[in-house]
Design a protein around this ligand. Structure first.
Ligand code: FAD
Length: 317
């Protein structure tokens, strides 16, 4: 079912999760082990992230270095199919521009349609580690909006080959990303918002936010969006802080602030166990306030922490 339909039919905020494919070589059981404990909260959908290739250098005989392309976490589409089959819950694959030509994107979307996937999250993707900034594939989409336009075209039966005049239209509900604390490349919030509005005008029907730890940032962002005529559902993304390293890693990777009152509590912790308790408590408070504000859905970036997510969900749903 389309997420927009689910969101509009629900009278209270829904619960949803995002998972990462396991590292290459690990079994899909690790995915099930992460989802099983959360099924009692009836997730409205499960997002599955997409991880593009990375380049590493391998030392070969004679001492020369060979540049090798590896994908550490393949399997997004297969995991979506397996989740839908096992749990009868909607799985939402993340689709990125990076590393795909438009034709490869078209073919991937055809696979998704044949699998009965109704929703996709359309993203640009980040630059690969060996590149200073994002470089689109030759013949690929440069920004998320270009990907949204391609999917919208397919929804209208317009494929890349203009000779295909009677192609069956796809029927994807398209989600896009947004950043309550601004995307790190955007010169300012207003320019970022204009680009978000362009994605919505091009066919995106819902938005999922980057993680944030200060609800005020989300509420202010939603207000700004409405003032800029962005009227689609804006789903808050939540991450439970569970370890010492995350105090500096999360702001660095995801450009989100740790609010001072939260930081003061984290500072008192001696180990990861104590950090996790503070992180769970903070997320419960965040979640309760968001539910009270009647947000469309609470979307948890589980990153393999289903036990912490379960403890939050138990208090909130
Ligand atoms: P865009 O919307 O294209 O925006 C990127 C930047 O370009 C912004 O600064 C924007 O303001 C600017 N911009 C947009 N359009 C234009 C234009 N036409 N001209 C000039 N500037 C423009 N990454 C992954 O690799 N895999 C994932 O599974 C994944 N899942 C994610 C899920 C969520 C909910 C979020 C919030 C992020 C996710 N990411 C993922 C990370 C995301 O790919 C990066 O944040 C990326 O840098 C931006 O993606 P975007 O879709 O927001 O890009």
């Amino acid at each position: 079912m389309k997420l927009t339909q689910k969101l509009s039919e629900s009278k209270k905020p829904l619960f949803s999760i995002e998972i990462l494919p396991p590292l290459k070589g690990k079994s899909i059981q690790s995915i099930y082990d992460g989802i099983d404990p959360l099924m009692e909260f009836k997730p409205a959908f499960v997002d599955v992230t997409y991880h593009r290739e990375e380049y590493i250098y391998k030392k070969r005989a004679g001492g020369y270095l060979e540049k090798v392309s590896i994908r550490k976490r393949p399997g997004t589409v297969g995991i979506c199919a397996a989740i839908m089959n096992k749990y009868n819950v909607d799985a939402v694959p993340h689709i990125i521009c990076g590393g795909f030509t438009k034709e490869e994107t078209e073919n991937a979307l055809i696979d998704l349609q044949f699998l009965g996937i109704d929703n996709v999250l359309a993203l640009r993707g980040d630059s690969i580690k060996t590149e200073p900034s994002f470089v689109p594939e030759l013949g690929g989409n440069a920004y998320a909006i270009d990907l949204v336009k391609q999917i919208t075209d397919m929804n209208k039966g317009k494929y890349m080959d203009e000779d295909m005049t009677d192609a069956a239209p796809t029927d994807f509900c398209i989600g896009v990303a947004a950043y309550p604390e601004k995307h790190f490349e955007a010169p300012n919030m207003i320019s970022d918002l204009k680009n978000l509005k362009a994605k919505v005008d091009a066919g995106a029907e819902y938005v999922v936010t980057q993680m944030f730890f200060d609800n005020k940032k989300y509420f202010d962002f939603v207000k700004l969006c409405r003032e800029h005529n962005i009227h689609v559902p804006i789903i808050p993304g939540l991450k439970i802080l569970t370890g010492m390293k995350q105090i500096t890693a999360l702001p660095k990777i995801f450009q989100c602030d740790i609010p001072q009152p939260f930081y003061e509590e984290l500072e008192k912790c001696k180990d990861d166990k104590a950090i996790k308790e503070v992180g769970i408590k903070w997320c419960i408070e965040q979640s309760k306030e968001l539910v009270k504000a009647n947000v469309p859905c609470l979307h948890f970036y589980t990153m393999g922490t289903s036990e912490a997510t379960k403890r939050v969900a138990k208090e909130v749903f």
